[in-house]
Design a protein around this ligand. Structure first.
Ligand SMILES: [Zn+2]
Length: 339
């Protein structure tokens, strides 16, 4: 981008920067702000410590601490439905939403029970290929094998993975080399080489329809869709993208008997979903769609490109959360072009 274009953006960037620094007056001018958070998995502290891919998980003790902190500091924890209502009608109290993307067994066993203990709602964006067993959970399976074993077999020989450091490094090297359309096949080969029962491993990590059905009856749980196969929507032709969008909504509706109003784009950054895809979400029958573009929800924001702030399990501190809650992380992302 030309320097002159960067300068042209400066006034709006500076305004965005000063807004969070003067929260109270900004809230009174623009209405109370909302902050949408998202994460994937959560684990008890002792388990979390030893996970090779722990950035993908929140330490449950931290999440517990964060929920208490938010309540103490005057944040209402709300559903996406309520966050949108406030963003459209204005609100005099600041609000925050938590959504869990993909949905694994720990959503049922750990995450929802924790939110329940705080009497706080939580939103689940379900990838329907997980309970249907059609989406290979290769990252979860690879990680599980690395945690359980001291040595694993790869196509070109066996390697030692006895220490936490070896497990972490091996996970990232293998996951990096598998990522993409071939990941399922490579994972199947890995399971075969290491004597892993792939379907038992799937059941160990997946959320099931029975679990989702139980959760759907909890008034604190809001259920939305997150595609059928966790596809990057922007990369698909329109007809295939619509199948991913509408297919996940219809599958959830037929299994759970509920209207499914909200959608979250897999990956969710600007290269993963754009204006065509926001329009497709509307055409697929959704009432809103969420991205992972950082920032705050303010009055009048487009409901088909809702900002969400991803919580990285490796960078969990209240200071990091405040950067999201004040909007500073969103401003920094836009200045750095990381959107
Ligand atoms: Zn996802």
């Amino acid at each position: 981008m030309k320097l002159s274009a960067e300068f042209a953006k400066l006034p709006s960037m500076l305004q965005a920067l000063t807004v969070p620094l003067a929260n109270r007056s900004a809230d009174s001018v623009f209405g109370a702000r909302g902050c949408l958070f998202t994460f994937h998995r959560a684990a008890p502290s002792q388990v979390w410590q030893g996970l090779p891919n722990r950035a993908f998980y929140l330490d449950l003790a931290f999440l517990d601490h964060l929920l208490s902190y938010l309540k103490r500091n005057g944040w209402d924890i709300v559903t996406v439905e309520e966050a949108i209502r406030r963003s459209q009608q204005g609100a005099d109290r600041r609000y925050v939403n938590f959504s869990v993307d993909d949905c694994y067994r720990d959503t049922f066993e750990h995450v929802v029970p924790l939110f329940r203990s705080h009497a706080a709602p939580v939103t689940l964006f379900v990838t329907t290929g997980i309970p249907d067993g059609t989406l290979p959970l290769w990252a979860a399976g690879l990680e599980d094998v690395l945690v359980q074993r001291d040595r694993v077999v790869l196509a070109d020989g066996a390697i030692d993975v006895a220490t936490d450091k070896q497990k972490r490094t091996t996970f990232h090297v293998i996951a990096g080399s598998w990522d993409g359309p071939q990941a399922g096949d490579r994972y199947a080969r890995f399971c075969s080489l290491n004597g892993v029962d792939q379907s038992a491993m799937h059941r160990k990590h997946a959320i099931s329809w029975d679990m989702l059905s139980q959760l759907s009856r909890d008034p604190l749980v809001e259920i939305g869709a997150h595609t059928v196969s966790h596809a990057r929507i922007s990369s698909l032709p329109e007809a295939e993208a619509l199948v991913e969008l509408a297919g996940s909504r219809e599958r959830l509706t037929s299994e759970l008997g509920l209207p499914i109003r909200h959608f979250a784009f897999p990956y969710g950054r600007s290269g993963d979903c754009g204006p065509r895809d926001f329009d497709l979400a509307r055409r697929a029958g959704f009432f809103s769609a969420a991205t992972t573009r950082k920032g705050l929800l303010r009055r009048g924001h487009d409901v088909f490109s809702l900002p969400r702030n991803t919580i990285n399990g490796d960078r969990c501190s209240l200071a990091a959360m405040e950067a999201h809650l004040t909007g500073l992380s969103g401003v920094a992302a836009r200045i750095l072009g990381r959107v």
